[in-house]
Design a binder for this molecule. Sequence first.
Ligand code: CP
Ligand code: NVA
Length: 300
Amino acid sequence: MATHRDFLAITDFSTEELIALLDRARRLKSGDDKSKLTGKSLAMIFRKSSTRTRVSFEVAMTQLGGHAIFLSDRDSQIGRGETVSDTAEVLSRYVDGITIRTFAHAEVEELAEHASVPVVNALTDLLHPCQVIADLQTVAEAFGSDHSARKVAWIGDGNNMANSWINAAFRLGFELRLACPAGYDPDPTVVARAQKTGRVLLTRDPAEAAEGADVVTTDVWASMGQEEEMAVRARAFAGYVVDDALMKRADRKAIFLHCLPAHRGEEVMASVIDGPQSRIFDEAENRMHAQKAILLDLMG
Ligand code: CP
Ligand code: NVA
């Protein structure tokens, strides 16, 4: 019954659509694309914390001439147990699009199934597609728009960010080497699909992943919802720190990315994240430009 278009995963867009989306994000940032969503409203369900995603979506809607409504579990009925399907039906009567950040990816799929307006995944335990679109925009700013020529190294947890990078490599054909400790591999279904391209490699060795890379990227060792595992994870991830020695393995012109928030001295040393190769604040800014492109594609 859903006839609208959603953005739940990077793979919801074809290769050509992704390239066009990234180009649009670039033109929105430069001011060459002045498209608007005048009078449109976006409901933003947040069942986990957020700084960047919430603010970048909200400001994006304002700048596009629309409006965003923040709904947290604390003060909306979904937080008191109203069903996802009823929430989807009701919000669809008011707004032109819905973003949701939650735990189970299946909840976002359920919301999209019952909504009659576009649904955008603002992070689940499985995927964080909007972040990786912004990351790809940041990579293009450093190296140009031929993504297939890039080598990307993922160091650390095989989490929602890692899975979305794998989906991006699947669609755009770049080389992606992921170094994750045993027990913390990315989602096997996501990996299996992408490995058909032959350019997604899993290793236990961060040095092997980083060797000659254009982009070195990582994320926290314990994601939202895994806070109580932090001590166990800190032991498992001890050898997976992005430090100056690891950056030296990468290409001389390599950039460092991190979706943020970061823990300096854990997954990344301060000398790297605050150093000359780091692009973390351009990356954070690009969330807004990338999401404008997504919102315009879906709601325009
Ligand atoms: N990177 C990211 O999604 O940040 P927030 O959790 O602050 O939204
Ligand atoms: N992997 C992190 C990303 C935060 C933006 C988490 O899910 O908490």
